[in-house]
Write a protein that binds this ligand. Structure first.
Ligand code: HEM
Length: 403
């Protein structure tokens, strides 16, 4: 039988063929051992029910590398930089997780986000005004990237001039995540990001505002519910989680619709379909291909495989989202799909905090693009579309269109 042991989950080639490979894995090898380039022992899980089990199981799996293996934690990078990327909710287990999440969760309630509708619409229209006369654009750079970074930066109070710096630092991290060698290479970028966040905190302490960073500083200074490391790390997480993912929802979502003209016509014919439509786009080309890593807390046997303490577990969210045991005709894009409990935002205690914001941004972005640019099509004269490298995400490198 063909061996998948050397699959490089981070390569654009894997992303291109991923759904074919997932289909075979779900049937034949639902827990696949992967050889990681940095030598870590790792597993890829591809079934829907298994994904739910892993994401809900805090007994067998941990998100906190420092508690599991302090030596590994210290060996990757100096503590200051390791703390920056890991003293936040997504890398924490109970009970710290609930404390860290509750401090920010009020700012992401569905009502607070709904109140941002007009502002997101204004930013979207403004971006389209800038390119409408041109007749062509590169969706990622001209539209999908600026929209979410402007929105999250407004929430956090990050100056517009700094958006491109923040983008570079976030991308450097995302591309290196889960590979210790690459993480070491990304060290200067992580260090610069940390210094920038320190400066933001100092500045906002002098001039507090109504933004999220000022609110987090208050939580640290007044009630002492957040350590200094957790404060910086939480700001870091909100910046990174808040834009790369949504860029991919907009890019991948538009691609799926342009590849499926019947669904595109349907979306345009009935604005109410944007609601189930965005859920289907999240399922079909999931922006987060693989949930962030978990480590096994101890040895156990599963699907006949011996998982050992400290092994890395990749939860294939994109694979789970095409599991035929859960979704009828999983490879078909159907924006009217009724039963759609997709896993694009994860599951369990780490379920995406920004989901209401991401859904709203995705809906406004795609509906406005399709309404204002009726002749939108993929620019076939340009280069072939290519998926970006990196394990965690699915997103296009460049996406040229004409209209
Ligand atoms: C389409 C866009 C998005 C997708 C697909 C997405 C997906 C996810 C997923 C899969 C997780 C869980 C990861 C895991 O369990 O390992 C997660 C967590 C998280 N997301 Fe999102 N996300 C999106 C947008 C956002 C936005 C706009 C924000 C806002 C800042 C955000 C903030 C977070 C946070 C803070 C967590 C950690 C939650 C916790 O640990 O309790 N996300 N996201």
């Amino acid at each position: 039988m063909f061996s998948y042991a050397n699959l490089d989950l981070s390569s654009p080639e894997f992303k291109k063929n991923a759904h074919e490979i997932y289909k075979q894995l779900r049937q034949n090898e639902p827990l696949l051992e992967i050889a990681m380039p940095d030598g870590q022992r790792a597993w890829l899980s591809t079934r829907y029910d298994d994904a739910i089990q892993i994401l809900k199981d805090d007994e067998r799996f941990t998100k906190n590398l420092q508690s599991l293996s302090p030596e590994d934690y210290s060996a990757i990078m100096p503590h200051k930089e390791m703390d920056l990327i890991s003293k936040q909710m997504l890398s924490s287990d109970p009970p710290d997780h609930a404390r860290l999440r509750s401090i920010v969760s009020k700012a992401f309630s569905p009502q607070m986000i709904e109140d941002m509708q007009n502002e997101i619409q204004r930013i979207t229209d403004d971006l389209i005004d800038r390119i409408q006369e041109k007749g062509s654009m590169e969706i990622i750079a001209d539209f999908a990237f600026p929209l979410p970074i402007i929105v999250i930066s407004q929430m956090l109070g990050i100056p517009e001039n700094d958006h491109y710096l923040v983008k570079k630092w976030s991308s450097d991290f995302i591309e290196s995540a889960n590979n210790r060698d690459k993480l070491k290479e990304a060290f200067p970028s992580i260090q610069a990001f940390g210094r920038y966040i320190d400066e933001l905190i100092t500045e906002r302490r002098k001039h507090p505002g109504s933004d999220l960073i000022s609110m987090l500083i208050q939580a640290h200074d007044n009630r002492d519910r957040l350590t200094a490391e957790e404060l910086s790390s939480t700001i870091w997480l909100l910046i990174v989680a808040g834009h790369e993912t949504t860029v991919n929802l907009i890019g991948n979502g538009l691609l799926a619709l342009l590849e499926n003209p019947d669904q595109l016509r349907l979306w345009r014919s009935d604005p109410a379909l944007a609601q189930p439509g965005i859920e289907e786009l999240l399922r079909y080309y999931s922006p987060v291909e693989i949930a962030t890593s978990r480590w096994a807390r101890h040895d156990f046997t599963w699907h006949g495989k011996n998982v050992r303490k400290s092994d890395l577990i990749f939860v294939g969210l994109a694979a789970a989202n095409r599991d035929p045991d859960q979704f009828e005709n999983p490879d078909r894009l159907d924006i009217t799909r009724k039963k759609n409990k997709h896993m694009a935002f994860g599951n369990g205690i780490h379920f995406c905090l920004g989901a209401p914001l991401a859904r709203l941004e995705g809906k406004i972005a795609l509906s406005t693009l399709l309404r204002r640019l009726p002749n939108l099509r993929i620019d076939t004269t340009s280069e072939e579309l290519k998926w970006r490298s990196g394990i965690l995400m699915r997103g296009l490198e460049r996406f040229p269109v004409t209209f």
